[in-house]
Design a protein around this ligand. Structure first.
Ligand code: PMP
Length: 420
């Protein structure tokens, strides 16, 4: 598709395809990949109070100290308002970048504040990295399944996603090697491997420490960059923090971080840690996208990190999520019909469930909602239509009681689907 093609060949304007959008002929070709995610479409139904939603991945913020945050925000404006309410640099607030380096040290990363670019959530990091590296048709390797928001970014830049198989120990190195070799044989350009090594969204598994060096080595051998997305890394239920991929290969790994799961998702503060040359381009990309990330929010996070026991707060979050993980796993064991299996997350928000052959989780969803339970069907986490025998259950938000009730309802729906 080029700009010189006549409007009648614009996306969505093929003969026989009807669309009431009067602007259809004007859209750029890249908008073809922009479709509403199945998960977003689900939010409206799933948020009805009678429905137990195991669908969305909303962090549970109830444990945040709102009174203290409210006085911190008031103090920030009183003491530093003219800075906090002003434009800042696209690179991000320097003190926050220094504090991010301290957090990165917990994952074994030795970072310089210059190499950190603050973003509007790690979602913006994903968008910018894809913008920097992907031309239409370029291949991005991603675990199968993968994070739906990342798939959205890849689609928006017309990259082609090739999924790489996982097992209970995360990405399979052999499958990665095979995918790279095959792409090379077909003469296709692979730009990067996108991976979520810890407490994967949606799979709930973690890349085994023994596999990490091998994954890095394979990518190096094939000249492929690694994009490491790690929003859940500090939410391991036994308090263990895994060494980041970036800690051993900083020149070939772009790291995406976020305060969404460890502090407050609504502040939309995340970061990218990138090799020096990439970082320069990221700052330019960020400038053209947003001029700068919100100064107020960055200073708020910075103040919170320096005045609040944020490590204690993360411990509280971890305990809350662990209680919910225990509730969902025991409910699955108690209620699910034979032939179903699921992953056992050691951290994060999600369980990935596989149902028996013959059950289609996407087709079953309306019936589940009628039975007052919602989940995310597996197909939304693949770019190739796969996943109809899978579903993601998020245990992060509902109370343990609601989780147990939700799983009981879900098991009932599955049983009637399987004609038990
Ligand atoms: N990556 C993954 C794997 C996620 O699960 C999410 C949020 N659900 C994001 C990135 C985006 O997070 P943020 O709020 O930082 O944009």
């Amino acid at each position: 598709m080029t700009a010189s093609q006549p409007p009648e060949h614009r996306p969505g304007s093929e003969p026989g395809r009807h669309n009431l959008d009067p602007h259809l002929a004007r859209y750029a070709a890249r908008t073809e990949g922009m479709t509403a995610s199945e998960i977003r479409a689900l939010f409206a139904v799933a948020s009805r109070p009678e429905v137990v939603s195991l669908a969305g991945g909303m962090p549970n913020l109830a444990a945040l100290p709102l009174d203290s945050l409210s006085s911190q925000m008031a103090e920030l404006i009183a003491e530093d308002g003219l800075v906090a309410l002003q434009y800042g640099s696209a690179h991000g607030v320097p003190t926050l970048r220094e504090q991010i380096c301290e957090i990165m040290a917990m994952e074994g990363i030795s970072a310089h504040p210059d190499d950190v670019v603050v973003t509007v959530g790690s979602q913006m990091g994903l968008d910018m990295v894809t913008r920097l590296f992907c031309d239409p048709g370029d291949v991005v390797l991603a675990e199968g399944p993968s994070y739906v928001g990342a798939l959205g970014s890849f689609a928006a830049y017309q990259a082609k996603v090739v999924h790489v198989a996982m097992d209970d120990d995360g990405l399979q190195p052999e499958a990665l090697r095979e995918a790279l070799t095959q792409a090379e044989r077909q003469g296709r350009r692979v730009k990067f491997l996108y991976t979520i090594p810890n407490f994967h969204n949606p799979a709930g598994v973690t890349l085994a420490v023994e596999r990490r060096a091998e994954v890095l080595e394979i990518c190096r051998q094939h000249g492929v960059l690694v994009v490491e997305d790690n929003p859940y890394g500090l939410l391991g239920f036994d308090g263990q923090t895994y060494p980041a991929l970036r800690s051993t290969d900083p020149d070939n790994v772009v790291y995406l971080g976020s305060f969404s799961k460890t502090f407050a998702s609504g502040l939309r503060v995340g970061w990218v840690l990138a090799p020096h040359a990439v970082r320069e381009k990221l700052v330019l990309a960020a400038e053209s996208a947003t001029l700068c990330p919100p100064t107020l929010n960055q200073l708020m996070v910075s103040r919170y990190l320096s005045t609040h026991d944020w490590k204690g707060q993360i411990k509280t979050f971890r305990e809350n999520y662990r209680e919910r993980r225990d509730a969902i796993i025991s409910a699955l064991e108690q209620h699910m019909p034979p032939g179903c299996s699921w992953t056992h997350p050691d951290g994060g928000f999600y369980v990935w469930v596989t149902v028996p052959e013959g059950v289609d989780t996407k087709a079953m969803l309306p019936r589940a909602v009628t039975a007052r339970v919602a989940y995310a069907s597996g197909t939304g986490f693949y770019s190739d239509g796969f996943g109809s025998r899978q579903m993601r259950l998020s245990y992060c938000y509902p109370t343990p009681e609601r989780i147990r009730e939700g799983v009981r309802r879900l098991a009932g729906v599955l049983e009637s689907e399987m004609d038990l």
